[in-house]
Design a protein around this ligand. Structure first.
Ligand code: HEC
Length: 203
């Protein structure tokens, strides 16, 4: 006669067996046809498993339909006006971005003597020469977007709105180097409001 515990093991066997077989049958999406990145395909005529976008596809929210805002040009001509109102916040943002991205070559004042240039990089023109003082704002936007001669482009690093903020700040820099006492509130530089102490040059 079988012992009681052996009998229990035997009675559980069919259950254990069914567990194994059921798990084996459960396929769901474990094995589905798939391609790993860059793997070749015999299915598509071009032999590539990756499918190109349908021509003209635009990601949601990425329609760049404002030519002036996104290129600085209208019909290939540089725009003359900044495409949105400039306030102190925009200028502050422009100053910050300029000091990060442009001052290493152009210097903090835009004179063209940044640290990278002092170490041997091509010297950029000063922003305070007449040609660049008279250049339209669209030109500065275009230089940042597409590069210019020996200067690399910054369209990947700097979003369009920030590029415009930098243009606005460059205009402020240009004004700062050509200001007269008449530009100072009250006409007297000694009485002009001073920037708060404790800035980077204040210590
Ligand atoms: C790596 C150094 C470097 C950086 C960073 C740099 N520039 Fe330049 N930039 C140059 C050089 C060099 C030139 C001159 C290019 C030439 O004439 O071949 C130049 C030229 C220019 C010009 C003059 C174009 C003209 O009409 O003569 C403008 C405007 C300008 N840069 C704006 C900017 C702005 C704005 C930034 C920041 C977003 C910036 N640059 C960042 C090196 C730099």
């Amino acid at each position: 006669m079988m012992s009681k515990s052996r009998g229990r093991v035997f009675s559980l066997l069919p259950f254990a067996f069914s567990l194994v077989t059921i798990a084996g049958c459960r396929q769901d999406m474990h094995n589905q046809p798939k391609y790993r990145g860059l793997r070749a395909s015999t299915f598509f005529a071009d032999g590539s498993s990756a499918r190109p976008f349908v021509e003209g596809t635009i990601a949601r929210g990425a329609l760049q339909d404002d030519e002036a805002f996104f290129t600085g040009k209208i019909n290939k001509v540089d725009v003359k006006e900044l495409p949105f109102p400039i306030d102190e916040k925009v200028l502050d943002r422009g100053e910050e971005r300029f000091n990060i991205y442009c001052s290493p070559c152009h210097g903090r004042t835009g004179e063209g003597n940044g640290m990278v240039v002092q170490r041997g990089y091509k010297t950029p023109p000063t922003f305070h020469q007449d040609r660049l003082r008279q250049a339209d704002v669209g030109h500065f936007f275009d230089v940042m977007t597409n590069g210019f001669g020996g200067m690399p482009d910054y369209k990947v690093q700097i979003a369009p709105r920030d590029r415009w903020a930098i243009v606005a700040y460059i205009r402020a820099l240009q004004l700062s180097q050509h200001a007269t006492t008449a530009d100072v509130p009250g006409g007297d530089p000694a009485k002009a409001p001073r920037p708060a102490a404790g800035g980077e040059h204040g210590r």
